[in-house]
Write a protein that binds this ligand. Sequence first.
Ligand code: KIV
Ligand code: ZN
Length: 597
Amino acid sequence: MATTTDKLIIFDTTLRDGEQSPGVTLNTEEKLEIARQLSRLGVDVLEAGFPVASPGDFNAVQRIAREVGPLMEGRTGAGRVNQEMVICGLARSVKADIQTAFDAVKDAPRHRIHVFLATSDIHLEFKLKISRAQCIERITDTVSFAKSLCKDIEFSPEDAGRSDRAFLCEALAAAINAGATTLNIPDTVGYNTPSEYGDLIKHLKENTPGADGVIFSTHCHNDLGLATANTLAGVSNGARQVEVTINGIGERAGNTSLEEVVMNVHTHPLSYPVHHTINTRLFFSTSRMVEDLSGMAVQANKAIVGRNAFLHESGIHQDGVLKNKQTYEIIRPEDVGVTTGNLALGKHSGRHAFKTKLDDLGYAAPALSDAQFQAAFAKFKDLADSKKAGVTDGDMHALVADVRSSTLAVSGHAVTPPVTSTDPVPEDDNEKAASSSAASESAPRFTLKHLQVFTGLGITPTATVTLFDSVRGTEITDVALAQNGPIEATFSAIQRIIGIEIQLLNFNVAATSEGQDTLGKVAVRIARATEAEEKEGGDGSSSSLAPSGAVAKFSGLATNVDIITASANAYIAAVNRMAGHDESENRASHKSRNVDI
Ligand code: KIV
Ligand code: ZN
């Protein structure tokens, strides 16, 4: 369909700003999984990370550039982007950061370096301790250096929302002169009002020398709940790129939510002078993936992707919707991947019906690998046998999450492809990584073989657990008692078997559908007990952009008709990720960087 409006560039920063959400730590495999989904969704530019932060971050960005950068699945056809996703790496205004960011992204067919430096007086005086003149000098110097490496350069004046406008124009002009092609205007602390932020974009476009030749971009934080409104005000005033995250995850109250901005533009084509090329039907499945892998739950009443977003509870509304959906629905649920018909599959449903249902729910191949599809089908068959009323859409989403969690736990062992000699990870480390990858990809470290729990009123809960340890090649059984219920007993028995003291940071059980035969979906988050204690009440010295000082946390997810079995499997999935992480940390630890911003 020919369109006369400008294209709105969707810049997704779920893996960079989103990953800075408190408590979120994604491993490389999880980042790759999300990056692949964002590519299928049609994201134009993916900020894959902050490569200088640590070797792990570098490795993740480099693998995304190499493995996801060339992908075209889901990106071709009418109304689609029809180009590869641009892979972007963030860098401070420091040459070494910029070189590292370039090294990480350069293998993507389309790549970008994103350089930032604060421009507000409060940041210049107290954080950077430099004058305005020194700030301009640094922008010129570092953006020119970035331009010498890469033609696509984005510059962000951090805390632009609180910067002096005249100085901001000067700083942006310096960035344009040095070669920046996109100017991103962050409301870093979520302080601006919509009219103020819209006016800021307009002012900068009208008063910055050279502004005509560059794209202006929004980057809004949600501290006052205005991120989406501010972003849209920016678009109305001339911004043609928006920086967003799935589910709006990010530092503090989060970033602007991708799905909210896109659906606003989608729903009001006459109000915004732009069009998008996002496959909105993948919103719900993408949201669930990010929720499951990040451990950041989506609030039920969140716009577009919340579980209640399309539920009509009151009788008057239900009656209206039955007569004509448009009485109370402004978005067709299926346009964002929400299925409301909820036709359940049963034990006689075959592979074909199962695959069709997965496609409808937004998991069309290659969203699941062949192995994941087979595992999901096997689980579905078991489930269909035990659930007489049929397997619902909610069960299907949970089943996919479960399979992803257990297979990612396996491949959570870092698999590092060979890199060039200029890369920060030495070649010998990569050889070791490559040679261990075959083994680490083959099986999870621990699998649950047997679980027996005694519990009840007036009984001390006891759990007997047998795990298969694929490294030792043997089954190990242990028993534990607990004062606080059968889940505690089960987790204690697992800890005794693996011989590591673990702190349970988060434990959540949810029903996947209605009715007594619903599945229990359990999500856990764990850390090594000693590490968590050491970091408790931390010294506050770690930078907001440097995750290297944080306690490593691992999440796991599983579903089962029996919530204790689901809990055990979720816990084991998290333990397997911890095992994979420990292995890759050992390889990279002597090269760990400590970035201080
Ligand atoms: O919020 C912010 O200022 C940022 C910059 C690094 C772009 O995330
Ligand atoms: Zn930000």
